[in-house]
Design a binder for this molecule. Structure first.
Ligand SMILES: [Zn+2]
Ligand SMILES: [Zn+2]
Length: 127
């Protein structure tokens, strides 16, 4: 379902023509601002758009990028690394990789570096 948003017009990121912009309601209660001609997501009017899943690939949702397989998770890792002295190596303090936990900090497209979100119905599983 789409709604026209008067009176703004912008350049369509996909075909480059000046286009009306419309609000497209997504199935997960979110909505995106897209061009009326191609329904291409307009980057500067949206933030954190959900990644598109196309043929089993993660696709950048922004109309002027659309990179395939370039979505990355940004995370922060906190580790407790135990320090020890090795008697055979004077002047060296060793740090062993200890327990670590990762916390997702968000997701972005590596190509256009804009932030994206994980679509509803998907969750991240780390191996
Ligand atoms: Zn267009
Ligand atoms: Zn992108």
């Amino acid at each position: 379902m789409t709604h026209t948003i008067p009176p703004a017009r912008t350049n369509c990121p996909k075909c480059g023509k000046t286009s009306d912009i419309v609000l497209m309601e997504l199935p997960d209660d979110k909505s995106s601002i897209v061009s009326a001609c191609c329904e291409a997501l307009i980057p500067h009017l949206n933030e954190d758009a959900p990644v598109l899943i196309v043929d089993g690939h993660l696709v950048c949702p922004y109309g002027d990028c659309g990179a395939v397989g370039e979505i990355v998770e940004l995370d922060v890792a906190t580790r407790d690394n135990e320090l020890s002295i090795d008697p055979d190596q004077p002047g060296v303090i060793k740090a062993s990789l200890g327990d670590h936990s990762f916390e997702a900090d968000g997701y972005e497209c590596r190509k256009c570096t804009r932030s994206v979100t994980i679509p509803n119905g998907y969750e991240i599983e780390r191996d």
